[in-house]
Design a protein around this ligand. Structure first.
Ligand code: ZN
Length: 103
């Protein structure tokens, strides 16, 4: 997902469609097309410095639908008492996208 945004930014040569949270990352991109490992390094540095937030359950950094940052997500947990399984759902408050699963 993140790699897609960065690659998209690179090809468009414009930051117009880049969400605010991704701009510091995009600015760090090398002039030539970065490799996947370079993208990963930029991504990990951004996580370390707190400039992006990763959803702790599913690892999303942003809504795949509207690119709202993961820090905006609403999380809900649910434990099934019969099976003793715990399910977690994250929802994007901006567009209603959600993801969920057993944790
Ligand atoms: Zn969204």
């Amino acid at each position: 997902m993140l790699a897609w945004i960065l690659a998209h930014a690179y090809y468009k040569k414009s930051s117009k469609n880049i969400p605010d949270w991704a701009k510091p990352l995009v600015e760090k991109l090398p002039k030539s097309r970065p490799t996947d490992s370079e993208l990963l390094k930029i991504f990990e540095e951004a996580l370390d410095t707190g400039s992006i937030v990763q959803d702790p359950v599913f690892g999303h950094v942003a809504c795949p639908n509207c690119y709202a940052p993961a820090s905006d997500f609403e999380e809900k947990g649910h434990t099934d008492l019969y099976s003793e399984r715990t399910y977690v759902f994250v929802t994007c408050p901006h567009c209603g996208w959600s993801d969920g699963g057993e944790v």
